[in-house]
Design a protein around this ligand. Structure first.
Ligand code: IPE
Ligand code: IPE
Ligand code: MG
Length: 258
């Protein structure tokens, strides 16, 4: 079978893409971008140097994902637990986010990318929220890949917010008596209405979810790489997709081989 190689890929990316089954690309990938601090430490640089380099990785991965027409990409950028970090590091991350949004909007528009967010956005500093609102506004008319940044995001916080939203909606609709709670209802009250990620990637080798998309990852394929986030590339994303395509997703059923 001859695969049409999408435009814009590097030679290496094209070679990797040619080995994929274009009919079975994931619809949604989530990435836990981890290892910036260790990347910097190995180079005897301050942690913030790792975060800065992490932006380069984001650019490469987002460009590739958009070029191969991935419908949705969700990036874990700042967790609800990351407030425990030193104030200087948090301030740097927030400043980096603002710079990132300002600089990357043209690339997003060039690639027809829609930018969205999940997390308790209202708790972020006003100047951060302002830049975020500006960037979504600038990309709102795009129709390509949906890129979601998880910011001040926690999976448990999202579920708590969903339950609160369900109760509020029920109270406004004649009370809790006839409330029927099922998966569809919970899903509908989460931060976004995207399909669940088919695959979640974590860089830097940690084998944990760190409160990322707890509900949505119930049946996602997990891919952990030792590569630290600043070193992760679009080509690495294609390798992760190749691995994904080797998996058999059983959803509790018996396998095809049985
Ligand atoms: C991920 O890299 C970036 C954020 C969580 C914001 P880390 O900063 O967690 O890097 P390590 O895990 O310390 O190497
Ligand atoms: C998860 O990484 C959060 C993000 C990548 C934004 P952490 O580095 O915060 O996770 P833990 O603390 O090692 O679990
Ligand atoms: Mg980390």
């Amino acid at each position: 079978m001859h695969t049409t190689i999408p435009a814009g890929l590097t030679r290496k990316q094209a070679e990797l893409f040619a080995k994929l089954d274009p009919e079975r690309l994931p619809r949604h990938i989530g990435i836990i971008m981890d290892g910036n601090g260790r990347w910097a430490k190995r180079r005897h640089l301050p942690r913030i140097a790792g975060h800065k380099r992490g932006v380069t990785a984001v650019r490469d991965v987002v460009t590739l994902a958009s070029n191969i027409n991935l419908p949705a990409l969700t990036l874990y950028a700042f967790s609800a637990e990351n407030w425990k970090r030193p104030k200087t590091e948090i301030n740097f991350l927030m400043a980096l986010l603002r710079t990132y949004l300002k600089n990357e909007v043209p690339l997003m528009n060039e690639h027809n990318i829609q930018l969205r967010y999940i997390g308790r956005i209202h708790e972020l500093a006003p100047e951060v929220q302002e830049r975020m609102a500006w960037a979504t506004e600038q990309t709102a008319r795009n129709t390509g890949m949906i890129m979601t940044l998880a910011l001040n995001y926690g999976g448990r916080a999202e579920l708590i917010d969903a339950f609160q939203s369900i109760v509020r909606a029920a109270a406004n609709n004649g009370g809790l008596e006839h409330l029927k709670i099922d998966e569809e209802l919970v899903s509908r009250h989460l931060y976004s209405n995207l399909p669940d990620p088919d695959m979640v990637i974590r860089t830097s080798g940690e084998m944990r979810l760190s409160n990322f998309l707890l509900w949505q990852l119930a049946y996602s394929e997990i891919y952990v790489t030792q590569t630290l986030w600043p070193d992760f590339t679009g080509a690495d994303l294609l390798e992760a997709i190749a691995d994904f395509q080797k998996r058999e997703r059983r959803y509790g059923n018996v396998g095809a081989a049985v």
